[in-house]
Design a protein around this ligand. Structure first.
Ligand SMILES: [Zn+2]
Length: 462
């Protein structure tokens, strides 16, 4: 018998810690997608020969509690687990794989800043949670830093494309005549479809003056074009200096009207309902960074619109939301980055100028929403970001032919920013960056094409 843990046991170290999972189960022919929220805690049992995995989860309306032991069986040369919980026992054999930021423990598919992967080899029984394939966001709460793992491994992570899929083009911000836009919802959908988009979120204003109504676009969906049901919500009276606006996508069509005088309630509700909540045009309304800590429901914000195309065409210097993106990131907020049109169909130039490319397996609203919420997308005015591969502290970027591929952070990290361009004025389409200067902080990639159009990656936290 071994008297000390061997390398196989020590490799489990990379799982140790407390993990938060948010996401959706995959829709199957038998079951609709359900929202998942879970805390998973992995800790060593005495002696360091096996891990104890405690599950504290909610799947849809169901609460799931359980515990699992994960160990290595040297005779069979594989990892074995046994789970008992409110959703029944599960046992499976697994391999621990070095992989990108996706990790699979049992059937739970996770995104994580790690590089180990327990792959199920066989299974004797599994319960409801085990059967649910998870996708979504996983944030590490504590535990060891992955670089302290006992057994160094290659850490290639595909930051943009976790798993099977393709990019789908979508505009997350536009209006119809159900609020202050000029065209019917059907005409707006047709215009975007004809322009080569795969989906839109029609974000009509959800306001008293428009009858507190969510525009129901579900009957405008087709095989090759879909919609996310959403709305633009405001935190207060439009004339107030610190009112802010969000687009929330993934809302129920019977979304509640807020209490009188407290519209910000709807922003928190949207987040609680599982919507993807995007702070819109902070530059247009000149939302000061200094007030964000005291804005009502502001913690609900998942992403910031870094570029608003309608504003660019009407008040050009106010179209840029980068100050808010970097300001929130510097404050430690884990926000993503979007671009949107804010099209009202008031003039020809107010559309088709800022969008997102979402990586997802299918053009299902739930899959697109999961891609948005997990950050598997980029924002753009035209340039493509084709790959973002992270290997340890190296980042490899592949783009459409561009003038510039830049990596930068904010604040005192500006000296560490790096840019790849051709000094002779030619084009570049790939770049390799060293992320080590951004440790304990964040960085992000911006691509500029020869017409000056930009694309923005989501933030990377080295
Ligand atoms: Zn708008």
């Amino acid at each position: 018998m071994a008297t000390a843990p061997g390398p196989e046991q020590r490799r489990l170290e990379s799982l140790v810690g407390r993990w938060k999972t948010e996401g959706w189960t995959r829709e199957t022919p038998e079951a609709e997608a359900q929202r998942i929220g879970a805390f998973d805690t992995y800790e060593w049992l005495h002696g360091g020969f096996a891990l104890l995995h405690l599950v504290d989860a909610r799947v849809g309306d169901e609460k799931v509690d359980g515990a699992e032991i994960i160990g290595f069986d040297p005779e069979r040369g594989l990892y074995a687990t046994q789970y008992f919980g409110s959703d029944g026992p599960t046992a499976y054999e697994a391999e621990l794989e070095d992989q990108g930021r996706r990790c699979r423990v049992a059937d739970e598919e996770r995104e994580r800043p790690l590089h180990r992967h327990l792959r199920r080899r066989s299974q004797r029984h599994h319960g409801a949670l085990g059967a649910a394939r998870r996708s979504g966001k996983l944030a590490r709460l504590d535990g060891h830093h992955p670089h302290e793992a006992a057994d160094p491994v290659s850490e290639s992570q595909d930051l943009l494309r976790p798993g099977e899929g393709r990019f789908w083009r979508g505009n997350l911000h536009c209006h119809s005549d159900r609020s202050d836009g000029m065209r019917t919802p059907r005409e707006v959908v047709a215009a975007y479809r004809d322009a080569g988009y795969d989906f839109i979120a029609l974000s009509d204003h959800f306001e008293e003056q428009y009858g507190w109504r969510i525009t129901d676009t579900r009957d405008l969906r087709a095989d090759d074009f879909t919609t996310l049901v959403g709305a633009e919500l405001s935190s207060g009276p439009w004339s107030d200096r610190t009112t802010y606006w969000v687009a929330a996508m993934g809302l129920p069509v019977d979304f509640d009207t807020p209490p009188i005088g407290d519209p910000a309630e709807t922003i928190g509700w949207a987040h609680d309902a599982g919507a993807f909540v995007v702070l819109l045009h902070p530059g247009l309304n000149n939302l000061p960074l200094g007030v964000v800590d005291r804005l009502p429901a502001f913690e609900a914000v998942d992403a910031v619109e870094i570029y608003n195309h309608n504003t660019f065409r009407s008040q050009p210097d106010r179209a840029d939301g980068a100050y808010m993106v970097d300001g929130l990131l510097e404050r430690g907020r884990r926000i993503s980055i979007t671009a949107g049109d804010d099209a009202h169909f008031e003039y020809p130039g107010d559309r088709f100028g800022g969008w997102v490319e979402v990586w997802a397996e299918s053009l299902e609203p739930a899959a697109l929403l999961a891609g948005l919420k997990s950050g598997s997308y980029y924002a753009t005015q035209g340039p493509e970001i084709r790959r973002l591969d992270r290997d340890g502290e190296q980042l490899q970027v592949a783009t459409s032919p561009a003038h510039t591929i830049a990596l930068g952070g904010a604040g005192d990290r500006w000296l560490d920013a790096t840019t790849v361009l051709d000094k002779n004025g030619g084009l570049v389409s790939d770049a390799t960056f060293d992320l080590s200067a951004f440790r304990e902080s964040y960085c992000r990639v911006t691509v500029v094409d020869t017409d000056g159009r930009r694309a923005w990656s989501n933030p990377i936290w080295p």
